[in-house]
Design a protein around this ligand. Sequence first.
Ligand code: PEP
Ligand code: MN
Length: 453
Amino acid sequence: MSEKTVAVDPAVLSGLENYRNLPAAQQPTWPDAAELAKVQAQLSVLPPLVFAGEVDRLRDQLALAASGKAFLLQGGDCAETFADATADRIRNRVKTLLQMAVVLMYGSSLPIVKMGRMAGQFAKPRSSNDETRDGVTLPAYRGDAVNGYEFTPESRAHDPRRLLDAYHTSSSTLNLIRAFTTGGFADLRSVHDWNKGFTDNPANARYESLAREIDRAVRFMSAAGVDAAELRSTDFYVSHEGLLFDYERPMTRIDSRTGTPYDTSGHFIWIGERTRQMDHAHIDFMSRIRNPIGVKLGPNTSVDDVLELIDKLDPNREPGRLTFITRMGAPKIREALPKLVEAVKASDANPLWITDPMHGNGITTKNGYKSRRFDDVMDEVRGFFEVHTAAGTFPGGIHIELTGDDVAECLGGSEMIDEATLEERYESLCDPRLNHMQSLELAFLVAEELANR
Ligand code: PEP
Ligand code: MN
């Protein structure tokens, strides 16, 4: 039986090229146009990483979160690297997210939409084009999809062949995620197993006691004859910042069922704080794809910005289409967020609001590390809940930089990581991430906030 296909409107195709006429911030300067063209031709015929039907399903789930009937957990590295796309590290991140999701689900009695900053988070916006070390200036590291971290001219040169490596690394990462989350590993009857291999600590102990309760509940359901598929596997979506047009455009394909474009590089794509200029390329391109779109909102976002973003990215006011990811900083959120939330509430839009309590809380330690204080992260989360509770809107999710590994990058937490410890276990090439224990602690805090609403 042949599938029904829909003719493509030529205006849709030409619209996808419109970004080329607009200013685009944060793009690489590839040295070799012929090499880039070759890479793009290859990318454009490689299989999609995600499918339109999955993207549509995610949009429906985000619509539930926007209306208070689900909660989004989005997390992963600031910057994934090719070298760290190993089975162990991917498994630890998936386990951490599954554990956080269980804590959140148990505390809130809501379905948790699980989403990795994974399988595509290989490109980074930077505040400076260059980096200087000991009098030597080289191009800044822009993520493994663009150049290498090693501080040599060869490594820091922009190389378009890295876009293909980004595709293949995303593909193998996603393959393992799919195997883990549908092949038995995510079975709710294995809640204890997800905690294995992590060092003993207070958050793990608290998790273990919650896992015992879940175990009892699941055994009770089994005894009562319930054997739901929902207990055995889970949906798990992937997301990244849609930064590089030379990657996102060739990965954007027309869905034969509907004749509409989907960016098949990931289920959910977000626009960063540095590339959301209203008349620039990123907003234009993302407005034309069907994927649910996120936009980061920093502390200086105005009411007009927010209303204009809604008009540009969600003109049809489609449930689940648009997510605002606020990253205000703990000292600012209680002042900066209420006016935005109130203005949107008074409009006809219903975006999903989630908190990124990481990016407004950066500090540099005395010994020179980019870090964040766990207390500031927690405080921004509390502020986010306070503001939404006061406005009567739903605080629909969290967006976290985390790793399942036992790193020391953020200060504090019950392990009380201090500045000296950063020197021993700091691995991130970009922003500092919560480690496994800090991630679980944060999940318990959010679960309490959700339970107390
Ligand atoms: C990020 O998510 O890593 C990032 C760069 O965030 P923002 O755009 O909010 O600064
Ligand atoms: Mn970051």
